[in-house]
Design a protein around this ligand. Structure first.
Ligand code: F6R
Length: 607
């Protein structure tokens, strides 16, 4: 949510900053801006709209050895030129970009205005520039630290000062900041995606840390000016992993690379001999896990829906009572934390503020949390007691796809691991692991139906509304399918448990409202088929996602997408893939901005 890039070094900062902004555009895309320090002045250019509009406005000869830039997702104040970052102080000598929310921004604004400052935007971020202007420490780092003591809230920020040559200052509290270490040049960003073309050596700032970044190196302190020691990490992903390649959209790429992503999620984790899953990062022994009496999965949006599907897997294979809850609700309801409950936080980005808040709430109260996280080194990954990395590779499209399927693969591994400590037999373990290993090829089979699914999706494009239904884990797939369709095609879509249809929503089923039915050939099959008949009796069009060879469902539906048979507990993984393609093809046909849908942004780092 919002992207920050900064540069100091021997090269011209401008193209580096712009290229970095493009790589972070998925983080926010309603306005953008850049500030550079030339030999004589600080120059700031900002524009509402996408980064292309900013580029078009920049003077051709703009060149500088240091600069900062920002792409915004509006929280306080509409996306206008004035509200775009960087924000400057009254002198125009100091510019700043900020991610996060300053909770006492309104009070500080009033105080600064009363003291004679002129604030030009409606943002909470601008107060930071004026607070630094008023700070009286000897150097820029000290002024930034002093200003931040006045602030309640979250920030990832980078400051550029005309009077402090060869240096930019960054600070973090609750919003990621990563320094990229180059050769006689240094980078800073809110996300490694902006750095990978320049360096694979990065340093993650911790909360309440301030960094002074020069072309030749950096130093860090706490907010209290105590020096801190930092380790340099290596970015394992290649720059190509962040590129769209020949795909028309990142979402297309991410849907179609799911077979390889699932292979990576499984790699090194399967023990065929004993039918067990190796999950080295759990940091919990078999004895610790034997004491677990309840499991709760936490996540937001699609990560929560993955949690719902995952809870079915775990409960089924372990018989440990398991449920899922939106992390955003959990963290604020003063939850009771039980010592024999295992909490599992699911997050692609590892930076979602609400999920991080839930993790902290659990740990504050003495609970144990595992993370199922994609972004290596992210805050959630670092703050959990242990966890499982998805290894899905960077997910750039705002709508999550491969992270959803890889989450389910990781949760299935966790379920097998826990099950084998309990009643799951070695042969059951082996059978389930073999089924997991078949998934990549089975996903390929579904992807091969892309053309046919496009044809079905075209039938959705002139609809105003759609229902998605399913039972048990199929309901979680329905929720995820509806989420994908609405967020990228803007067609209103709602998911219901199929069993709930006749308790209300059936009133809205009509020839103009299609239903996508998740209908695996499992022990609820007959009941699901009856729900389908109820829809057909009201002449509601039906698109069924069913198993290969299921002729009865095919006969009872207008369209059917068939997926390969697997272990029933893994059906939710395969049945999700057609819903992704339906949403994608529908959005493309409607001419939507598939990768950057309106009002949304990747990685929701504000509450
Ligand atoms: C939907 C989507 C969001 C995210 C949610 C959590 O396609 O991507 O609902 O799933 O914002 O994000 P992470 O997984 O990064 O915590």
């Amino acid at each position: 949510m919002c992207g920050i890039v900064g540069y100091v070094g021997a090269q011209d900062a401008v193209p580096i900053l712009l290229e970095g902004l493009h790589r972070l555009e998925y983080r926010g895309y309603d306005s953008a801006g850049i500030a550079v320090r030339t030999k004589t002045a600080l120059k700031v250019h900002k524009s509402a709209g996408r980064i292309d509009r900013l580029e078009a406005k920049l003077p051709r000869r703009l060149k500088a050895p240091a600069g900062i830039a920002h792409t915004r997702w509006a929280t306080h104040g509409e996306p206008t030129d004035d509200n775009a970052h960087p924000h400057v102080d009254c002198t125009g000598d100091l510019a700043l970009v900020h991610n996060g929310i300053i909770e006492n921004g309104a009070a500080l604004r009033a105080e600064l205005a009363a003291a004679g400052h002129t604030l030009r935007s409606e943002t909470d971020s601008e107060v930071l520039a004026h607070l630094i202007e008023d700070a009286r420490a000897d150097d820029l780092e000290g002024r930034v630290r002093q200003a931040l003591t006045r602030v309640d809230g979250t920030y990832g920020l980078v400051v550029l000062d005309r009077n402090t040559p060869d240096r930019i200052v960054a600070a973090r509290n609750g919003s990621p900041v990563v320094i990229g270490v180059g050769d006689k040049e240094m980078f800073v960003a809110s996300d490694v995606a902006a750095l990978v073309r320049h360096t694979d050596r990065v340093v993650y700032l911790d909360d309440r840390e301030v960094a002074s970044i020069r072309s030749t190196g950096f130093s860090t302190t706490t907010l209290e000016a105590q020096p801190t020691q930092k380790n340099t990490s290596e970015v394992v992903q290649s720059a190509a992993a962040y590129e769209r390649g020949d795909h028309p959209h990142f979402m297309h790429k991410e849907i179609y690379e799911q077979p390889e992503a699932v292979e990576r999620a499984l790699r090194g984790r399967i023990d065929r001999e004993f039918g067990v899953a190796h999950l080295g990062g759990l940091n919990l022994s078999a004895r610790d896990l034997l004491d677990v009496r309840r499991i709760k999965l936490l996540g937001c949006g699609s990560a929560y829906y993955a949690g719902l599907a995952g809870a079915h897997m775990i409960e089924r294979l372990t018989r440990i009572p398991t449920d899922a809850e939106p992390a955003s609700e959990f963290r604020y309801r003063n939850p009771v934390i039980e010592k024999d409950t295992l909490y599992v936080a699911i997050s692609q980005s590892g930076e979602t503020a609400d999920t991080l808040g839930a993790v902290r709430e659990v740990r504050r109260k003495g609970g144990r949390v595992l993370g199922v996280v994609n972004a290596v080194g992210s805050t959630i990954a670092r703050e959990c007691d242990g966890g499982i990395y998805m290894h899905a590779g960077p997910e750039i499209a705002v709508a999550s796809t491969k992270a959803f399927t890889c989450t389910l693969v990781c949760v299935a591994l966790l379920a097998i691991h826990l099950g084998r400590i309990r009643d799951l037999s070695p042969s059951d373990g082996k059978r389930l692991l073999a089924a997991l290993e078949r998934l990549p090829d089975q996903i390929r089979e579904i992807l091969d139906q892309g053309e046919a699914i496009r044809g079905i999706a075209l039938g959705l494009t002139n609809r105003q509304n759609a229902f998605f239904i399913g039972r048990a884990a199929g309901y979680a797939v329905a929720l995820e399918g509806a989420q994908k369709l609405k967020e990228i095609s803007y067609i209103h879509a709602e998911a219901y448990p199929a069993s709930e249809l006749k308790h209300g929503p059936l009133a809205l089923v009509s020839p103009t409202t299609p239903t996508v039915a998740i209908l695996p050939d499992d022990d609820l099959y007959e009941k699901s088929l009856s729900s389908l008949e109820e829809i057909r009796a009201r002449r509601g069009p039906v698109i069924a996602i069913a198993h290969e060879g299921d002729e009865r469902t095919a006969a009872a539906s207008d369209d059917v997408i068939l997926v390969p048979r697997s272990e029933p507990v893994l059906d939710s993984i395969l049945m999700t893939v057609p819903t992704q393609l339906l949403a994608y093809e529908c959005a493309v046909a409607l001419g939507r901005d598939v990768d950057q849908p309106r009002n949304l942004a990747k990685s929701v780092t504000v509450e």
